[in-house]
Design a protein around this ligand. Sequence first.
Ligand code: ACO
Length: 378
Amino acid sequence: MTVCEYRAGLEGIPATQSSISYVDGQRGILEYRGIPIEKLAEQSNFLETAYLLIWGELPTQEELKLFEHEITHHRRLKYRIRDMMKCFPESGHPMDALQACAAALGLFYSKRALDDPAYIRAAVIRLLAKIPTMVAAFQLMRKGNDPVQPRDDLGYAANFLYMLNEQEPDPLPAKIFEVSLILHAEHTINASTFSAMVTASTLTDPYAVVASAVGTLAGPLHGGASEEVIFMLEEIGSVENVRPWLEEQLAHKSKIMGFGHRVYKVKDPRATILQQLAEKLFEKYGRDKYYDVAVELEQAVAEKLGHKGIYPNVDFYSGLVYRKLGIPTDLFTPVFAISRTAGWLAHWKEQLNENRIFRPTQIYTGLHDEPYVPISER
Ligand code: ACO
């Protein structure tokens, strides 16, 4: 066995073999099952992409129809889950609500049969179907309203926006949200996916796998960054203030939210597509006042930090798109989770195919054979 040197954050250390997605961080390439993200964003829809990720190939017309039909008919939540959500504090973060709800599914669907393809399929359908309903239901409940029931005649993306905003979206916002779901669906072994894989490797149930990944996605260094980007743009306030603000942040060695990536050393291809989507939305529904601040910041950061490979990541423009779609700032990360559930489930399934429990080693830096000092002497 080769013993590797210790690398903080496991940087550059392979943790698995996977055929789900591929990133070339130098050339700005992202592929799902070999298909470039740009092609999927232009031609696919979220459920087809989820199917591709989870089952490894594009579905036939019949397979996709059946998959969409099953998802549509599993969108509703059990009334006991809704009752549980009513007890959540309205000031709580929606990611915490989502994590609790995802874990609670394990209580209702407790039979575990990880070697049964029918069980795997049912769990995939249930999670993809119900997570958007949970996110929208929490949003309405914390405002004191009853959740809106899903509508079977609406597609996956349009139905979520309908449940959230209580009105059917126009085709353009629905299409743009669909593309955004595709872009966020999978991204190799990032922190939340790794968390999902570690949990999966213990052979626990898929609801625990997704709940653990949701908890990991919540942090500001991962999915939580899109929320932080909006706070940052609001703090900067104007195009004129971009450069003085940036100078001050860099002087304090603060990280600029929505920039930098462990793998990409060029602009994240998803950020490029999201920026195009933002512009399409602004053309039809009016420009977000912080868009110009964002563009100026991208330019200023490239000048100052481009030599370190620090460019916009997926979170930089996603918040501006979400905001125009009527999604509140603290729902940005739950919306990311709706989409990333596809990737987590793909890795869960791949992990089960060739499972070995994760149990890395450590380099011990503590003491040995220390005396025990009785409490009366401390
Ligand atoms: N702003 C300023 N400097 C940065 C940034 C940033 N956003 N990101 C990295 N750097 C600098 C570091 O200061 C460091 O400089 P140094 O070598 O001179 O000390 C160098 O680039 C390497 O940075 P690390 O933090 O070591 O990079 P790491 O790969 O560990 O971190 C991360 C990647 C967490 C994404 C980091 O870039 C960051 O914190 N970005 C801001 C938060 C963010 O946008 N997260 C979303 C990531 S995408 C996603 O999860 C979906």
